[in-house]
Design a protein around this ligand. Structure first.
Ligand SMILES: *[C@@H]1O[C@H](CO)[C@@H](O)[C@H](O)[C@H]1NC(C)=O
Ligand SMILES: *[C@@H]1O[C@H](CO)[C@@H](O)[C@H](O)[C@H]1NC(C)=O
Ligand SMILES: *[C@@H]1O[C@H](CO)[C@@H](O)[C@H](O)[C@H]1NC(C)=O
Ligand SMILES: *[C@@H]1O[C@H](CO)[C@@H](O)[C@H](O)[C@H]1NC(C)=O
Length: 254
């Protein structure tokens, strides 16, 4: 028996080791991109030069509402860009994340004339087509939590009520940020937290339409997950059964 004396110490060592490894390699930030395969540029082209210039202009110039829109260049060398941070970020966090995203989008979609990247806390999108003020439902993507909810019909009834009220609020409130976030207790399970946001360049009706399409997509995409992100260029929808947005910040916004 005495030969097992080392076991508790060994286990403690192992736990410490896991903790050290985990802190050295933090959970990666969520990043999802869509390269549109709609034309390409070469590394020495004017398009590439304009793209580099405009992407590096996002972080220093993004406004305090977390939105940026710009276009540079002429004709086929013209690059249009839109960037938006999640509405619950502070301006300093927003600048940091859009900087990361503007670098990452080039890594993810090298040589592509049109691309979009959804980062955990922001979205960056560029194109040789005009994009400002044009509602875009695609490219579209989604991601879901692999854990399912126990009583799906009941859960989604509650969720839809929450999303309906958030959609109206995001689309028709008069704040410069078209967003809404709230939670709703779900009896015998957990609380439902949801967050929706549209880019501010589209109309209220377009925002409502975009979020409606996304809400309908939730049941299409997966089988009763307890969390989903629906990603479109003009609107963002996410819900979870754990808090994922900054509730303090959401409460202090108009
Ligand atoms: C591809 O780009 C062309 C020209 O810029 C545009 O007319 C067309 O709608 C784009 N197609 C897609 C699928 O984005
Ligand atoms: C750009 O590079 C391609 C091949 O990499 C070359 O054929 C072309 O001449 C270059 N264009 C300019 C403007 O340097
Ligand atoms: C976005 O770009 C459009 C077109 O260039 C311009 O009219 C508009 O003022 C810009 N809006 C913002 C908020 O920068
Ligand atoms: C949430 O927002 C509050 C109020 O702006 C801020 O003090 C706090 O640092 C934020 N929390 C995180 C995790 O960013």
């Amino acid at each position: 028996m005495s030969s097992w004396k080392w076991l508790p110490n060994f286990i403690i060592c192992l736990i410490n080791l896991v903790a050290i490894v985990k802190s050295r390699f933090p959970t990666p930030i969520y990043i999802h991109s869509k390269c549109q395969n709609n034309g390409s540029y070469t590394s020495n082209s004017t398009y590439k030069k304009n793209l580099d210039t405009i992407l590096s202009s996002i972080s220093p110039n993004i406004d305090t509402n977390g939105f940026y829109n710009n276009s540079i260049g002429e004709k086929s060398y013209r690059v249009n860009v839109i960037a938006m941070c999640r509405a619950d970020l502070q301006p300093s966090q927003c600048r940091r994340y859009v900087r990361d995203a503007s670098i990452e989008i080039l890594n993810k979609c090298p040589g592509q004339k049109q691309a979009i990247l959804w980062h955990e806390f922001c979205m960056v999108r560029y194109s040789d087509d005009a994009i400002f003020g044009n509602v875009a439902y695609s490219p579209f993507d989604w991601d879901n939590n692999i854990e399912n909810v126990p009583d799906q019909d009941k859960f989604y009834k509650e969720l839809n009520m929450l999303l309906d009220s958030l959609r109206d609020h995001a689309a028709f409130n008069r704040s410069p940020k078209k967003f809404a976030a709230a939670s709703r207790p779900y009896p015998d399970y957990r609380t439902i937290y949801a967050f929706v946001q549209c880019t501010p360049d589209i109309t209220s009706d377009e925002c409502g339409e975009c979020l409606k399409k996304s809400a309908l997509q939730i049941r299409e995409c997966c089988d009763g997950p307890r969390g989903v992100r629906i990603l479109r260029p003009s609107c963002y929808l996410r819900f979870e059964t754990n808090p994922f947005y900054n509730e303090t910040m959401v409460k202090t916004l108009p």
